[in-house]
Design a protein around this ligand. Sequence first.
Ligand SMILES: Nc1ncnc2c1ncn2[C@@H]1O[C@H](COP(=O)(O)OP(=O)(O)O)[C@@H](O)[C@H]1O
Ligand SMILES: [Mg+2]
Length: 313
Amino acid sequence: MPLVTADNLVKKYDELTAVDGVSFTIDEGQIFGFLGPNGAGKSTTISMLSTYLPPSSGDAVIDGLSVTHQAEKVRNIIGVVPQDIALYPTLTALQNLKFYGKMYDMGGENLDKRCQELLELVELWDRRDSRVEQFSGGMKRRINMAAGLLHHPRFLLLDEPTVGVDPQSREHIFETIFKIRDSGTTILYTSHYMEEVETLCDYIAIMDKGKMVASGTLHELLSVLGEGGVIELKIAPPGCHAGLEEAIAGQNGVTSINHQDGKLLISSKNSAHSLPPVLKVLEDTGCTVDHLEIYTPNLEKLFIHLTGKELRE
Ligand SMILES: Nc1ncnc2c1ncn2[C@@H]1O[C@H](COP(=O)(O)OP(=O)(O)O)[C@@H](O)[C@H]1O
Ligand SMILES: [Mg+2]
């Protein structure tokens, strides 16, 4: 049973369709990743799921509750960590958390205990009495995450929680996210960094221009490019030999051939084994290799394959 089901979510801003018919399901206990460049529609989708923005059409159901018809109940079971840090710089870490707790109608010993638990979780209990303005970017992000967890949400939405933090803090944030998942919280994670999504997420949806262009486990997604790797070739002169592709396709281990920007992408079961026969074919036909690259598939390459552009601008 999925905890979250989004059905054809659309958000229009005048002319612009920021989210254009996005559907997905998130299973309980999963870390579900949205990967996409700036402007892909990740934050807008999060805003609709977290009831901050009404969809132009479509709906999402979280633990049986509709975000369009039961917004208030949805808000009780979700935690949102927005892309922009929302903390009071002149208040201490603990004071910030208590402030948020009061917004959730928490108080007394219950709130004190929860604040301690969460500050320990993000490893900032020792710094509880320091003002947030003295914190690094990564520490602020961790307090922001703790604030989103105060009311024990079943579903936590994290919008680019590592932007502007150093690599060490990023590791720290990852560890915290795994701990949150292990405690039974389902997580939606958005990022424009493919390594993060590769490391963290059980299931990945790739977004571009408001649409989901692919989704699956990392393994499923990368297998589109060929499990054993890709040989990328630029041949001169282009189209130098008519039967070239058929000849390459017939070589041992080659599983598919695609074109991209004048390059041939040869997927194979094992690119190291397929390379010598492929080069032999080229030699026999008299074509010259202008560019040769071998890589194991990754999400960056998949994104280029799907959209024709780079994930990072
Ligand atoms: N309040 C708004 N009014 C008009 N356009 C918006 C608004 N918010 C976001 N957009 C546009 O919607 C698109 C998706 O934005 P966003 O969801 O923030 O993408 P992402 O989080 O993936 O970077 C972008 O083109 C952005 O400029
Ligand atoms: Mg965003």
